[in-house]
Ligand binder design. Structure first.
Ligand SMILES: [Zn+2]
Length: 241
């Protein structure tokens, strides 16, 4: 934080207020964990799982947003139905082939396993919970490839800790942790967050939709009819301020 302050006082000021209920309250504790994942000591925010769902939908419905309201509702509804049906179907297929995680996570682990096999591992502590993992083909800060050393710790409980911070930030073991798993003959699947389990994936997409049928089958609507105030409806594109 001191380095940030020296570099840019305005940025430091912004961070000190970030995520607080009352921005200028000194009594309120700092909310750095809301500002950056690295400050999330309780591992509540993992990688893509913390993406704002509405922002994701914005990119998906970029075209639909230009349509009339009824068409947007129609497209949104059937797009969601397609997602749930297709992903549920894919998940059942993965379950049949006995995958422990979704295909994406399985592929990530496979790629990291391949890298892990090329690492050298040296136990650094008699208690067998701290290791130095040497990647001979690591990416140096200068952008070239060379030998890079990683410190990996297996605490008595919870996810392993690696200086590359991938396990802490994403809940998925990095190649350095996997390398230690090989050495210790540990099951690497034990070090992937259960959030990524195939069963959780299936549960996520197990929702069921009912079609809205034909218009003439709908019950009569007796509620209020809401119309926009014509004085406040301006012609042309919406102005952003
Ligand atoms: Zn690592």
């Amino acid at each position: 934080m001191d380095m940030i302050k020296q570099r840019d006082a305005a940025v430091h000021d912004y961070i000190m207020k970030f995520g607080k209920w009352l921005h200028n309250s000194d009594a309120e504790p700092l909310a750095l964990h809301k500002w950056a994942q690295v400050h999330d000591r309780f591992l509540n925010r993992w990688g893509i799982m913390t993406s704002n769902g509405f922002e994701v939908l914005n990119s998906v419905f970029r075209i639909a947003r230009q349509l009339p309201v009824c068409a947007i509702v129609d497209k949104t509804f059937y797009k969601c139905v397609d997602w749930f049906v297709n992903r549920q179907e894919a998940a059942i297929g993965w379950e049949a082939t006995r995958l422990d995680f979704s295909l994406n996570i399985t592929l990530v682990l496979h790629r990291r396993n391949e890298k892990a096999r090329k690492h050298d591992i040296r136990p650094m502590y008699y208690g067998h919970n701290n290791y130095e993992v040497i990647d001979k083909d690591g990416l140096l800060k200068t952008g070239v490839r060379g030998e890079v050393r990683y410190d990996v710790t297996f605490p008595p409980e919870g996810m392993p800790i690696c200086v590359c911070r991938r396990p802490q930030l994403t809940g998925i073991s990095c190649n350095h942790v996997l390398a230690v798993c090989f050495l210790r003959r540990l099951n690497p699947n034990d070090y992937v967050s259960p959030y990524y389990s195939l069963q959780n994936y299936i549960n996520t997409w197990s929702g069921r939709f009912n079609g809205f049928g034909n218009k003439w089958d709908w019950s009569l609507y007796n509620g209020p009819i809401i119309r926009p105030n014509s004085d406040k409806v301006n012609k042309g594109r919406r102005k952003h301020k």
